[in-house]
Design a protein around this ligand. Structure first.
Ligand SMILES: [Zn+2]
Length: 364
């Protein structure tokens, strides 16, 4: 069914009963049953396809090659004629119902002619939606450009383009094409470098600490002033008694003044208690450095070695968005972490490509 927010994306809605049936089909195939045998058994047991038809070997085959079940969706380019439209695979927002291990087992067992037709051009776009358009800030989505060469082979270039431009054309936004390979490599490198460099993390933790201190500093300042004001109260009280004894003020006036001082003391005490509560609440939000280090210890290796779908899932668990400056200089892109990265932003390194000096110190 079409995605209401982006007509170029389509996905299959999977209901729990269907999920169970799909898993059964995958498992049966791995257990050595053929398309026909699986279809016959399902029909015998009274199951029907979503359209209410009997299962055929062809439907079994299409189920075994449907990437929807591993959490991916197929994206059809809106450019060109229906026939020439390229398709690419992007991550969906739905939960995968088939584990990668089972999926891979099935794909290996499938006869060559039955493999997903777009395997050759299959390409994951791990940054789909995470990359933000330099012009309007909306999410960017995959795009293909086919180039027919004079030689036999045609080349396909992969880009990210503004989703607003993709659906509404140049009236909505600009035709920025961000090269997929380049931006993905940069983001992967920067993330891996960031995660593998304890000093970098420490530096960022210092930033977090500083941010905390900046927020807490005015509160502490106010607390200091309150303490100062409170310390003057006994002296002011004493002065009132003196004025009374020296007959400068009457007894009623003295009483009034002492009451004012008492009220003021209560007010200050209340404010102090409130501020102290706020400050101690702030300090609870600080993450212990060691905990952060442990959390990211192995992520670098995972990022470098993970299969594309896992990498994609990981990106999504760490990255909120990636912003690109209007001049589209990828080196200046900023990765904004989500809660998984403590909402830290990974800004461009001073000498990207080379190792940061701190890192050299660390390994040497
Ligand atoms: Zn845009």
């Amino acid at each position: 069914m079409p995605d209401p927010t982006n007509p170029a994306l389509s996905y299959t809605e999977i209901v729990p009963e269907e999920a169970e049936l799909v898993r059964y089909i995958f498992q049966s195939y791995v257990d050595g049953q053929g398309y026909r045998s699986i279809a016959h058994r399902l029909n015998r047991e009274g199951f029907a396809t979503k359209r209410g038809k009997a299962f055929s070997p062809a439907t079994i085959r299409s189920i075994l090659t449907n990437r929807n079940y591993i959490g991916l969706i197929t994206y059809s380019s809106q450019e060109g004629t229906a026939k020439s439209r390229s398709r690419s695979i992007v991550t969906g927002t739905h939960e995968p119902i088939i584990e990668m291990e089972l999926w891979n087992q099935v794909q290996e067992l499938l006869p060559a002619g039955s493999k997903p037709v777009d395997t050759l051009h299959a390409r994951l776009f791990p940054l789909s939606g995470l990359l933000k358009c330099p012009s309007c800030g909306k999410g960017m989505i995959p795009s293909h450009v086919h180039r027919k060469r004079k030689s036999i082979s045609s080349t396909i270039s992969h880009y990210y383009i503004c989703s607003d431009y993709a659906s509404h054309g140049s009236a909505a936004c600009r035709a920025y094409h961000i090269r997929a390979d380049e931006v993905e490599q940069r983001v992967g490198n920067r993330l891996a470098l960031f995660l593998s460099n304890p000093i970098l993390i420490e530096k960022l933790m210092v930033k977090v600490q500083k941010k905390y201190e900046n927020e807490v500093a005015p509160l502490r300042e106010r607390l200091k002033r309150i303490a100062g004001e409170e310390s003057t109260l006994p002296k002011r009280k004493l002065r009132c008694y003196e004025l009374f004894e020296e007959n400068h003020i009457a007894a009623t006036e003295l009483k009034q003044k002492l009451e004012d001082i008492k009220r003021e003391a209560e007010k200050l005490q209340m404010e102090r208690a409130e501020l102290e509560r706020t400050v101690s609440g702030f300090s609870k939000q600080i993450y212990p450095l060691e905990q952060v280090r442990q959390a990211v210890e192995n992520l670098e290796a995972i990022i470098r070695n993970a299969a594309p779908p896992q990498k994609m899932a990981l990106y999504r668990s760490l990255i909120q968005s990636i912003t690109i400056p209007p001049d589209r200089d990828m080196r200046q892109a900023v990765i904004h972490g989500n809660a998984g990265l403590f909402h830290l932003s990974i800004s461009p390194l001073s000498n990207e490509g080379g190792e940061p000096p701190e890192w050299k110190k660390q390994s040497g």
